[in-house]
Design a protein around this ligand. Structure first.
Ligand code: 4AD
Ligand code: MG
Length: 479
């Protein structure tokens, strides 16, 4: 007999038919004669109730059905007489596939803290919360690929091991096969990277952008969706050392086209979640509301589904950095010295407290900030006529701060070379990047969406370590 998933059974209208289901026991209750077993197989939030008759199964089997064990059940699918579920399976045959020592199993049928679940990340897929997040994560990946596919973009795999530091921030994990206790040295005493595996110093990529640009300047519209590594020592709820980034790059697009693309992508994937993940979103919304109960009324955030709908239906604000600085300078938290970093003058880098003030308090909408000071942005951004600002764009979201960072690219060889010199970026190592400006250069633009930041927004979770299965952060690489 073919196994049915729990999701299929809840979706079917056929009743009184024989079915085979397999999964893990989430809960068990009952009386002397019958046990009601809640079975979950990961396909839906809902558990399937299995009714097990003691007389039919024998004592051993009955004793072995404990929370956490895995079972295979053949039985009759029926409308349920009990409250709380529409259907149940009355077991005719039941086999315990894998025992679970009830005393030792970490996930008891009660509410566990997210911290506890992080320490038990190997088992947290078996909880309602993490099951819901995992299904939504999959749906978002799929939606992103659909969005770009429908628009004629090509997906490009950019390298994970590279020799460049695209963002110029120097926050890289080095890749080497050297024995660190016996480093080969040159005559002058420096480490001799010529003898390393790749014959040069290499690191894990901080961005696929530079390679995506090469592809865009031939293929038109491309995007990467890959693992990204940053060795920034930021132990925050929004940073990971290993995260996933979506980076589209489009030839002939200017900054306005770039903003349009990013805004429509974000709305598309949020709508996709609303259309395809409602059951899981409703569960997460309830969970969030329970958590919010402990907060003061004015600190509570908008209900999750309402918030997603709001963002999907409303235009984002588009605002130059210079205007944002004026708003921030004159804001209450700045005047009352409530910001950790006070905004005093033009040129200041914005912290997440400033970004969130603009989005959550001032505009109450997502904001796209553009035209940042050149000095606080990466080398590849296109210089504006004013000679001080670049065609950058950061998209700021409520509860998150920066979710997207991008720009129109500097396509003029001379201007780019000058900029690289000023920022001490070695020209000879970037010859391949510069060749695109030497041969058939065109205006082009792109951006990077942090996939886990998107996941934070869509699920309403508060910590980025709870929206990726196995988080990598400072001092954390278990599992
Ligand atoms: O703003 P960033 O650094 O931009 C780039 O890497 C560009 N090369 C993108 C491009 O134009 N193609 O990073 C882009 C996004 C951020 O807005 C944020 O959402 C996410 O990546 N991000 C992180 N997410 C989790 N943990 C971290 N440590 C992150 N650093 C950046
Ligand atoms: Mg950025």
């Amino acid at each position: 007999m073919k196994r049915s998933t729990v999701k299929e059974l809840f979706a079917s209208t056929a009743q009184e038919q024989k079915v085979l289901v397999k999964g893990w026991v989430r809960n068990r209750r009952g009386s002397k004669n019958v046990a009601f077993v809640a079975l979950n197989d990961g396909t839906t939030l809902q558990n399937l109730q299995i009714v097990v008759d003691f007389a039919l199964m024998g004592e051993d089997t009955m004793n072995n059905i404990t929370v956490g064990c895995s079972i295979s059940v053949e039985g009759i699918l029926k409308a349920s007489a009990g409250s709380g579920q529409s259907m149940e399976v009355v077991a005719e045959k039941l086999e315990v596939l894998g025992l679970a020592d009830a005393e030792k199993y970490p996930l008891q049928p009660k509410k566990h803290s997210l911290e506890f679940l992080r320490e038990n990340a190997h088992l947290r897929f078996r909880t309602n919360t993490f099951g819901a997040i995992t299904r939504i994560r999959h749906a978002m990946i799929f939606a992103i690929h659909s969005f770009f596919n429908e628009r004629g973009f090509y997906n490009i795999h950019t390298p994970i091991v590279t020799a460049s530091d695209a963002e110029g921030a120097g926050e890289m994990f080095q890749v080497t096969t050297f024995d660190l206790d016996h480093l080969p040295r040159t005559e002058s005493g420096e480490i001799n990277y010529k003898l390393d595996f790749f014959g040069r110093k290499t690191n894990l990529t901080v961005s696929g952008q530079l390679e995506a640009e090469l592809a865009a300047l031939a293929m038109g519209s491309v995007y990467t969706f890959g693992p990204t590594f940053r060795a920034e020592n930021s132990n925050t709820t929004r940073h990971l050392a290993e995260f996933w980034m979506i980076e589209p790059e489009v030839a002939f697009n200017d900054l306005n086209d770039n903003m349009d693309l990013a805004e429509s992508m974000l709305k598309y994937v949020i709508r996709y979640a609303l259309d395809h993940c409602m059951e899981d979103l409703e569960f997460l919304s309830k969970r969030l509301q329970e958590e919010e109960q402990s907060k003061k009324a004015e600190d509570r955030s908008m209900e999750l589904i309402e918030k997603l709908q709001f963002v999907a239906d409303n235009d984002f604000v588009r605002l130059p950095y210079t205007e944002a600085i004026d708003i921030l300078k004159n804001s209450k938290p700045n005047k009352n010295k409530k910001f950790d970093y006070l905004i005093e003058e033009w040129g200041a880098d914005l912290q997440s407290e400033h970004e969130r003030y603009l989005v959550e308090k001032h505009f109450k909408k997502p904001v796209i900030l553009i035209d940042y000071p050149a000095a606080i942005k990466a080398f590849y951004m296109r210089m504006n006529e004013d000679g001080k600002t670049v065609r950058a764009m950061d998209i700021l979201f409520p509860g998150i701060g920066e979710i997207v960072g991008g720009s129109q690219r500097e396509e003029r060889l001379e201007v780019l070379l000058e900029k690289m010199k000023a920022m001490h970026i070695p020209e000879e190592e970037m010859w391949w990047f510069l060749d695109t400006r030497r041969f058939g250069s065109v205006p082009h633009s792109g951006y990077g969406l942090g996939f886990e930041r998107l996941m934070l927004f869509v699920t309403g979770m508060g910590n980025i370590r709870d929206v990726i299965p196995f988080p990598r952060a400072p001092k954390q690489a278990e599992f």
